[in-house]
Design a protein around this ligand. Structure first.
Ligand SMILES: [Zn+2]
Length: 126
């Protein structure tokens, strides 16, 4: 499992990448379904934010400043939904990092992704 300091390092490494890359042709600033332009084989999983796979995860979201799930500036708090269900992916071409989880609704499941941005990370307790 990736802890908060390690996650912050990955986010900062990501923010330092300036090269253009297919992985970020769609900004992914907010959670969204996987863009069709994304070359999934270029993304490798580097770890998970799931603390305990046998634990029932919380569906509480973290929005102290009135953001919403779909906000581009919504905090990324690893203990809160949906970061708590996410895997961390790295683009093998440029080194940017992303979070990805499986959104399971009543009648569908959908993989969703969001860019990992250091300015949004919050080490908030549940
Ligand atoms: Zn890339």
């Amino acid at each position: 499992m990736i802890d908060f300091p390690a996650l912050m390092q990955l986010a900062e490494a990501s923010a330092a990448v300036t090269q253009k890359c297919a992985c970020s042709s769609v900004p992914l600033a907010a959670w969204q379904s996987l863009p069709t332009s994304l070359e999934l084989e270029k993304l490798e999983e580097v770890g998970t934010l799931v603390e305990d796979p046998y634990d029932e995860p919380t569906f509480k979201e973290y929005h102290p400043n009135g953001t919403r799930y779909e906000s581009e500036d919504a905090p990324i708090a690893p203990r809160y939904y949906p970061a708590n269900l996410s895997q961390v992916l790295r683009c093998q071409v440029c080194g940017r990092h992303f979070l990805r989880y499986n959104e399971a609704g009543g009648y569908f499941t959908e993989l969703r992704m969001r860019a990992l941005r250091p300015e949004l990370l919050v080490d908030a307790a549940l």
